[in-house]
Design a protein around this ligand. Structure first.
Ligand code: ZN
Length: 112
């Protein structure tokens, strides 16, 4: 299994972050909780070296499931089902692991 974080540049992640931020900031969809999680997801990807994200199934053009590893736990994220196995995902519609995976997928799809 390969760590996906090493495959995308910080610049692309930043673009993906800005695009997602815009979506959460539109007046009709303004969502402070989601914005906070998004910020955390971005930090996870760019600053926090204790995290790793790997494929379990699929690839970046057709991703099916991912494993997000932190220092204390490993969670499974399935983007097509909007699901994550972390406790936070039970309380909120979207958790930072799902957001991190989404950022990674959009960054990986971006052209140079
Ligand atoms: Zn999660």
């Amino acid at each position: 299994m390969k760590d996906l974080l090493s495959k995308v540049s910080v610049w692309k992640l930043k673009q993906a972050y800005k695009a997602q931020e815009k979506v959460f900031c539109t007046p009709s969809q303004f969502n402070l909780e989601a914005l906070k999680r998004l910020e955390r997801a971005y930090d996870m990807l760019t600053k926090d070296t204790s995290y790793a994200i790997t494929f379990i199934k699929g690839n970046l053009t057709k991703p099916s499931s991912f494993e997000v590893m932190s220092m204390n736990a490993t969670y499974t994220v399935i983007p097509s089902q909007h699901s994550c196995t972390c406790p936070d995902a039970e309380r909120s519609p979207i958790c930072k692991h799902q957001l991190a995976v989404n950022l990674l997928i959009s960054a990986a799809k971006m052209k140079e």
